[in-house]
Design a protein around this ligand. Structure first.
Ligand code: HEC
Length: 622
């Protein structure tokens, strides 16, 4: 960091103003308040020292991949605390006490460590007892309504004629980042949050049927299925950032089992679990990419994997690593700590099931160390029964990458050279074409889209439709009907949403979003980073600028543009004036006459602060 930036930082973020007392504090005891303010100022000063020593390098402008200090300031303290204790920033908090961590949160946010988002509530807006879960009816269950991950909303009545009349029927506000996509089953919508809270809401009214506090932040999408051991016969499945996969009764939210699918290390769960028969397939991702600067850390040992779990018992049937070779010592880092490899090939997205071939397909992320292997940035087929890798096709070789490795100031564990970070972040799509052929499609952060033969992974065609970068190219997903693939590109310059012909990858149409003008505060971009959705000949794209845009699938004609942050919502759970925001990572889901989207994503590619809502759409809001 340059001296100029340091000086500026010092001026802008000296001492935070004394914050108001937390809710519930005695307001008539002036003396008590002064004592409290003094204690907070002391805590903030301690937090500032730690922030300067440990965080400033990456979180003060110019920031690379990381949210800036002022963006973090818009969060509630528990978001910072969770990130350091159980989330993405655990590595940066090694050796810190709970008190140190709370102090950093106080310094960054200027609020007491237990300040909370005012969810007026859950408790106030419980569904009546007569409102029971009824799984019958239109659904969008999991990442995609089908096992092939096409993201086609087969059960919806939303079409080109009524899309322009879509309006918000109700909104629901809650704390935490919005990573999980809304799952719709019968009369319920299931949503997750980085606060660790998982909710089952009534689809029509938004009342809370149950909520469940997980053992860590949750960013996966819920999958629901029949379960012989669940009292109501149905279970909801999701995983947390501490690698616990959980089953709860879908009617009551009562826990059925919890399995930790990866004990130590820096693994996380991000992709929706895929359900097939009585087995749940859980993809394992990781945040080990953040250890560049940790001198004593034995980088790197984390590998992507899939765990197969028996839904009735929670027993792990098998666990198969995306890189079959276990990491072994290979060199010392620049301060003498032993390094390991191969590592990487995190699986960020939901597996795609192919019952005909008896396999599942996954797409993997980059490698973390200089040890060569053939499984990172790859598409793989694993046997459904054993997890054995049937084939793997690596698209980018030698993409060894850690965050925090600028050439002028690389961390001690940085690979040489540091790769382009061309992960696959999205699920492969399996299509049965009109010609009778099956084809597997995958989109990469490089901006490339591939069509593969599902029998052996061989290439049928490939095309590049974006420049690609760490946060560009195809990030979180594509969709496909019987003619085209619909591909969002998140590149900073020339982002797009395109239709590519399934048979040969030819460009059918391309939409370029307008320059970003965001109706929310925080980082503003206009990439199509979130996945697209198809409903009866309409393609829905979600943009980082907070807009949902709908296009005729055949022609690309835009028929609807809705700015989720352009208005304020009084939510069904009593929060006034909430706003939508940046859309990313997950898409809009439709079932029956309704659609659901999480507006406001607090993540790497943008942050809109705590202004976030779940929006429920219907025709004319009826
Ligand atoms: C080596 C660089 C680096 C350092 C040092 C670092 N961070 Fe981060 N931080 C990042 C990056 C990169 C991200 C975005 C990660 C992502 O979204 O994938 C991030 C994200 C975060 C987030 C958001 C987490 C989320 O779930 O979206 C918080 C909060 C955070 N950092 C706090 C801190 C604090 C506090 C410190 C110091 C104790 C710290 N960071 C040190 C690079 C760093």
């Amino acid at each position: 960091m340059t001296a100029a930036v340091t000086a500026l930082a010092g001026a802008a973020f000296g001492q935070p103003p004394p914050a108001p007392p937390p809710a519930g504090a005695t307001t008539n005891a002036l003396n008590g308040r002064q004592v409290q303010a003094a204690a907070m100022a002391k805590q903030a000063a301690h937090g500032e020292e730690l922030f300067t020593a440990r965080c400033k390098g990456c979180h003060m402008p110019p920031v690379e991949h990381a949210p800036s200090r002022s963006e973090l300031a818009a969060q509630f303290p528990d978001v910072i605390i969770d990130a350091l204790k159980t989330g993405k920033m655990q590595a940066m908090a090694s050796g810190l006490s709970d008190d140190d961590i709370a102090s950093i949160a106080v310094f960054i946010t200027g609020q007491p460590p237990d300040a909370k988002f005012d969810v007026a509530a859950e408790a106030q807006d419980r569904c009546p007892a007569s409102n029971r879960f009824n799984p019958a009816g239109p659904s969008w269950n999991g990442w995609s309504p089908d096992k092939q991950n096409t993201r086609v909303a087969a059960s919806t009545t939303i079409n080109a004629a009524n899309t322009p009349k879509l309006a918000v029927k109700w909104a629901f506000a809650y704390q935490g980042g919005r990573y999980g996509q809304p799952t719709i089953v019968g009369n319920r919508v299931f949503v997750t949050s980085s606060s660790g809270q998982v909710y089952a809401l009534d689809k029509n009214t938004g009342c809370v049927a149950w909520s469940y506090k997980a053992r860590g932040p949750v960013r996966v999408t819920v999958s629901v299925g029949k379960n012989p051991k669940a009292p109501s016969g149905w279970a909801a499945y999701f995983g947390d950032m501490n690698r616990n996969e959980v089953a709860v009764d879908a009617t009551t939210g009562k826990e059925l089992w919890v399995v930790n699918i990866d004990s130590g290390g820096r693994g996380i769960l991000t992709g929706a679990p895929a359900l097939w028969g009585n087995v749940l397939y859980v993809p394992l991702s990781s945040f080990e990419e953040g250890v560049a600067g940790l001198a004593a850390y034995e980088c790197c040992k984390q590998r992507g994997a899939v765990a197969a779990i028996d839904v009735a018992t929670g027993k792990m049937l098998w666990k198969s690593y995306a890189i079959p070779t276990a990491p072994a010592p290979f060199q010392k880092n620049s301060v003498g700590t032993q390094m390991y490899g191969p590592a990487g090939a995190a699986i960020w997205s939901s597996p795609t099931i192919d019952p005909k071939r008896g396999v599942l397909y996954v797409a993997t992320g980059d490698s973390y160390t200089n040890v060569e292997e053939k499984y990172s940035d790859a598409v793989e087929a694993m046997d459904l029964k054993t997890g054995k890798i049937r084939w793997a096709h690596q698209m980018t070789e030698l993409d060894h990458f850690l965050v925090g490795c600028p050439p002028q100031r690389p961390g001690v564990n940085c690979p040489t050279p540091n790769g382009p970070d061309f992960d696959f972040g999205s699920s492969p799509i399996l299509k049965h074409l009109k010609s009778g052929k099956d084809v597997l499609y995958a989109g990469q952060k490089s901006g490339q889209v591939y069509a593969l033969n599902p029998d052996d992974g061989s290439l049928i065609w490939q095309t590049r439709i974006g420049k690609g970068s760490a946060l560009g190219g195809v990030e979180w997903g594509m969709s496909a009907d019987n003619d085209n693939l619909y591909v969002g590109i998140a590149d900073r310059s020339l982002p797009s949403l395109s239709a590519l012909r399934l048979t040969d990858g030819a460009l059918v149409w391309r939409h370029r979003p307008p320059d970003p003008k965001c109706s929310f505060t925080g980082r503003c971009g206009n990439g199509y980073s979130g996945p697209s959705t198809v409903a009866n000949g309409v393609v829905f794209g979600v943009n980082q600028d907070g807009h949902i845009r709908a296009f005729k699938a055949k022609t690309g004609e835009m028929i609807w543009d809705y700015d989720t942050a352009g208005r304020r919502y009084d939510t069904v759970n009593g929060v006034k004036n909430q706003r939508g925001g940046n859309l990313d990572a997950t898409g809009i889901t439709f079932a029956g006459g309704m659609g659901f989207v999480m507006a406001g994503f607090n993540g790497a590619s943008g942050s809109s602060g705590p202004d976030n809502v779940l929006l429920a759409f219907s025709v004319d809001g009826k």
